[in-house]
Write a protein that binds this ligand. Structure first.
Ligand SMILES: NC(=O)c1ccc[n+]([C@@H]2O[C@H](COP(=O)([O-])OP(=O)(O)OC[C@H]3O[C@@H](n4cnc5c(N)ncnc54)[C@H](OP(=O)(O)O)[C@@H]3O)[C@@H](O)[C@H]2O)c1
Length: 384
């Protein structure tokens, strides 16, 4: 029996993970779950999965949970999340929180040398250099990617060494606005941006998909996870979202991972790796029904998220953190109707321009840069 802690159990990845676990009750036990604001869903999950540890955002809500479930161990807030990342009994920690707030819990899980099923890409983007140094100090800790593209890359590289890899080819659906021109994106609404053609996901990542900043985050994440040079990472638009990403090897062979667009597969693989297991939750891909698989370049004149990410990634040090933090606040402001869609790019670009790059010699540096960047964006763009 493997004990799993799910950080962000009330989100899109978190609920999918619980379905994966429910289908394999004999193999996985839910040790701990964390939600932030969705109290009712968290309660439902407690009733159904009976976890020993629970974490919620707010202290008062934590007290309420304590009175309902006196036998449970309840934490709250950022400190609670850190504690949840470090539970001794855990075998696997799934980081399914949205945003850089997931960094510290991931750090704690590494220090306890856990398997980390990493969905929270912002952690690898903002703090990748720091995390990679930490992994050297805690060699038994392992990060298995959950992001479908990185899971695909990871799966495609099984049995090969890094020296044999020529190119990582990350596929992109192209998002809601694929094919649109700048002029057409000036006045798009939040509702329009939240309609993803192929994937059902949380609000933040859905907006990131529509700007292709998500693909940019994934480029940096791929560099950090697999230690492949940015010159050897490519993004290809593949609207059908059937090929989840591919690896081109030195002998020109390309190995791809393909399947239905459903996060339950990469989540389960991160839990069972190196084994592959059947599950009633996993749908088979019917190849006969596939009409076509197409590939195209990213229109970088319109969707600047990928180029900005390459720039941030190549600059390295604290710049990817700025790219991520500026985007997080920009998306929040867009969702609140305070800025226009295209201003998301402007905010990221200007935040990067005003930033003085620093060496990352501690986690504090990342926390400070994250805080400063957020403050800069709020003070320049959070108009009433
Ligand atoms: N969804 C996907 O298909 C997908 C695919 C690949 C990668 N990812 C990555 O996986 C992560 C999660 O994505 P998602 O789509 O599942 O997001 P989501 O649906 O928005 O869920 C986010 C989770 O994090 C919790 N949370 C939010 N703010 C928090 C805070 N300040 N402190 C602690 N917990 C907080 C939420 O709690 P409440 O809901 O209770 O407030 C929820 O449980 C992201 O990094 C995303 O990029 C997602």
């Amino acid at each position: 029996m493997k004990n799993i802690t799910i950080l962000g159990s009330t989100g899109s990845i978190g609920t999918s993970a619980l379905k994966v676990i429910e289908a394999k009750k004999e193999e996985f036990n839910v040790l701990g779950i964390s939600g932030y604001s969705n109290f009712e869903l968290l309660k439902e999950q407690i009733e159904k999965f009976n976890p020993k540890y629970i974490c919620i955002g707010d202290e008062n809500k934590a007290k309420e949970l304590e009175s309902i479930y006196p036998e449970k161990i309840i934490y709250f807030g950022d400190e609670g999340l850190k504690t949840m990342g470090a539970l001794d009994e855990a075998d696997i920690v799934l980081t399914a929180i949205s945003g850089a707030v997931g960094i510290e819990a991931t750090v704690e899980a590494i220090k306890k040398e856990k398997r980390i099923a990493l969905a929270n890409k912002e952690t690898m983007v903002a703090a990748g250099e720091y995390i990679n140094k930490l992994l050297k100090d805690y060699p038994k800790a392992e990060i298995i990617p959950v992001d479908s593209e990185h899971s695909a890359l990871f799966q495609s590289m099984q049995g090969s060494s890094k020296d044999e890899v020529k190119t990582l080819i990350i596929t992109a659906s192209g998002g809601t606005f694929r094919g649109k021109k700048l002029e057409e994106l000036k006045d798009v609404t939040v509702e329009q941006a939240l309609k993803h053609p192929n994937w059902s996901m949380g609000r933040k990542i859905t907006i990131d998909s529509s700007t292709l900043v998500n693909k940019g985050l994934e480029v940096i994440e791929a560099h950090m996870l697999f230690n492949i040079d940015y010159d050897n990472i490519e993004v290809l638009v593949h609207p059908q979202s059937i090929i989840h990403s591919m690896v081109e090897f030195e002998d020109s062979s390309i190995i791809a991972q393909i399947g239905v667009p459903d996060m339950k597969l990469p989540i389960q693989y991160a839990f069972t790796y190196p084994k592959r297991e059947a599950s009633s939750e996993l749908e088979r891909l019917n190849l006969r029904k596939l009409k076509e698989l197409t590939f195209d370049e990213v229109d970088s004149e319109v969707f600047k998220g990928v180029d900005l990410a390459f720039k941030a990634g190549r600059t390295g040090k604290t710049m990817p953190c700025v790219f991520n933090s500026a985007n997080e606040v920009a998306v929040e402001l867009f969702l609140k109707g305070k800025i226009k869609f295209l201003e998301i790019y402007e905010i990221i670009e200007k935040a990067m321009q005003q930033h003085e790059v620093k060496e990352i010699d501690s986690l504090e540096v990342i926390k400070d840069v994250d805080k400063e960047t957020r403050k800069w964006v709020y003070s320049n763009y959070a108009r009433d």
